[in-house]
Design a protein around this ligand. Structure first.
Ligand SMILES: *[C@@H]1O[C@H](CO)[C@@H](O)[C@H](O)[C@H]1NC(C)=O
Length: 385
C-alpha cells in the first residue's frame, strides 16, 4: 500500500520536473527566436501583413524598394544605369513586338509565338510605365477594378461590350466577372464546373486557362484555393494579359502554336478553354496532346463554347451545322485516343477526365492509340517543338 503511494508520489514529482524542464526549453527557444527575428524591425511589415491577412489588405506603405543596405555590394564597381525608353515604348514587349510578329507566317499561329530581337537590335533602356500610372487597388478590389491610366486601352470595352468582359467607368475599368462564356458571372460558371469536378476538397489546386482573355476565370478561382496560370496571345493592339496582370492575376503572353507550352508535364489538375479559339481537333490533335502532357493523371479538361452544344447554337454562332458537328466529332475522337473519359456535357460545357493510369494509354501501340513523339525529356519545354 505504502509502496504504491510512494511510487505515485515520485511519478507526480518526475512529471512536474519534466514539465519545468520542458517549460524552460520552450522559454529559451522562444527567447532565441525573438532575438534572431529582429522583431520590431523589418519584420513588422510581415507581421502586419499576417494580421491583415484575413481581409487580404495590402499595406498602404508597401513599396518595392530594397530594405537591406546592400552590404555585400562593392561601391567601387561601376553601376550600369539604364535610362527610360521613349514614351512610345510603354507597351513594348521585346519578344512579342507586333511589327516583328507580322514578318512571321500566320500558319499555326507561328507569328504569335515568341520572336525575340537579335542582339544588335535590343533596347538598352527601361520600359516606362504608362503616363499617370497609379498603384493598383489592393486585392480583392483589384480583381474587379483597374485604374484606366494603368492600362489605357478601350478597344476591349467596345469589342467585347455585349459579352460583359470589361467596362469603362469614369477613370477605372470594371471587370464584372463576365466572360463570353459566363454571362451570369465567373462564380456561377465555376459553380457549374464544381458540380462535376471536385474543386472544393482540394483535389484540384492548380489550373491552366488557355486563351484566357482578361483572366476572370483564374481571378475567381483564387478564393476556392485554386491557383490558375492563364495565357493568351498578344493581339494586334494590346495584350489582354496586361489587364490580368493589372488585376493581380497570374498570366503570361502565350499561344498554343508549334512549340510546347513552357510548363512541365503533369503540372496541372485542370485545364480550361472557354471560347479560346484553339483548333482542338486540327493537326492530328497536337493541341490536345499538349494539354494531355501538362495534365496530371486523373486531371480534368474543360471545354466550353463552340463546338459544344452546336445543335442549339449554330445559328447564333453563324456557323454551318456540319462544320461544328465535325469539329466536335474530331475532339471526341482524339479524347478517346488519349484515354480521356468524358464525364459531363451539359449545355455548352463539356468535361473530360484524363485516365488515372495515363501511362497505360501509351503502352499499347495499335491503331486505337494516340501516337506520341518520342522525346528524351518531356519536361524539356523551353523553345522545343
Ligand atoms: C474529393 O472528392 C472526390 C469526388 O467526390 C473524391 O473522389 C476524392 O477522393 C475526394 N478527395 C479528398 C482528398 O477528399
Amino acid at each position: 500500500m505504502a509502496n504504491k503511494i510512494n511510487s505515485g508520489d515520485s511519478r507526480t514529482r518526475s512529471s512536474v520536473s519534466i514539465f519545468i524542464v520542458a517549460g524552460l526549453c520552450c522559454f529559451f527557444y522562444l527567447l532565441g527566436a525573438w532575438q534572431r527575428s529582429g522583431f520590431g524591425k523589418g519584420d513588422s511589415i510581415a507581421l502586419e501583413m499576417t494580421r491583415n491577412g484575413a481581409e487580404c489588405n495590402i499595406l498602404p506603405n508597401l513599396n518595392f524598394e530594397t530594405h537591406h543596405s546592400g552590404e555585400a555590394v562593392d561601391e567601387s564597381e561601376s553601376k550600369k544605369v539604364f535610362k527610360p525608353c521613349h514614351h512610345r515604348y510603354t507597351d513594348y514587349t521585346p519578344c512579342q513586338d507586333q511589327r516583328r510578329a507580322m514578318t512571321f507566317p500566320r500558319e499555326n499561329m507561328i507569328y504569335r509565338e515568341r520572336h525575340c530581337v537579335p542582339q544588335e537590335e535590343k533596347l538598352h533602356c527601361l520600359i516606362p510605365a504608362p503616363k499617370g500610372y497609379v498603384t493598383p487597388f489592393p486585392w480583392p478590389k483589384s480583381r474587379d477594378y483597374v485604374p484606366f491610366a494603368n492600362a489605357p486601352y478601350k478597344s476591349l470595352t467596345v469589342e467585347k461590350a455585349i459579352q460583359n468582359w470589361i467596362q469603362y467607368e469614369g477613370n477605372v475599368f470594371r471587370f464584372p466577372g463576365g466572360g463570353t462564356q459566363f454571362p451570369q458571372g465567373a462564380d456561377a460558371y465555376i459553380d457549374q464546373l464544381a458540380s462535376v469536378i471536385p474543386i472544393k476538397n482540394g483535389t484540384v489546386r492548380t489550373a491552366l486557362d488557355t486563351g484566357c482573355g482578361v483572366a476572370s476565370w483564374g481571378a475567381y478561382l483564387w478564393k476556392r484555393n485554386v491557383i490558375a496560370m492563364s495565357f493568351a496571345p498578344r493581339d494586334s493592339h494590346e495584350a489582354q494579359v496586361q489587364f490580368a496582370l493589372e488585376r493581380g492575376v497570374p498570366a503570361v503572353i502565350g499561344v498554343l502554336g508549334t512549340i510546347k507550352m513552357p510548363y512541365p508535364s503533369k503540372a496541372f489538375d485542370m485545364a480550361h478553354c472557354s471560347r479560346c479559339l484553339i483548333p482542338w481537333g486540327a493537326n492530328d490533335g497536337i493541341y490536345m496532346k499538349e494539354v494531355d502532357r501538362v495534365l496530371r493523371p486523373g486531371g480534368y479538361w474543360v471545354l466550353s463554347g463552340p463546338p459544344i452544344h452546336w445543335k442549339n447554337n449554330y445559328k447564333a454562332w453563324q456557323r454551318p451545322k456540319e462544320e461544328l458537328q465535325e469539329e466536335q466529332r474530331k475532339i471526341e475522337e482524339i479524347a478517346k485516343l488519349l484515354c480521356w473519359k468524358k464525364i459531363s456535357e451539359k449545355g455548352e460545357i463539356a468535361i473530360w477526365q484524363k485516365s488515372k493510369h495515363a501511362d497505360s494509354c501509351r503502352g499499347v501501340r495499335d491503331d486505337s492509340q494516340a501516337t506520341f513523339c518520342k522525346v528524351a525529356d518531356a519536361d524539356d519545354v523551353w523553345y522545343s517543338a
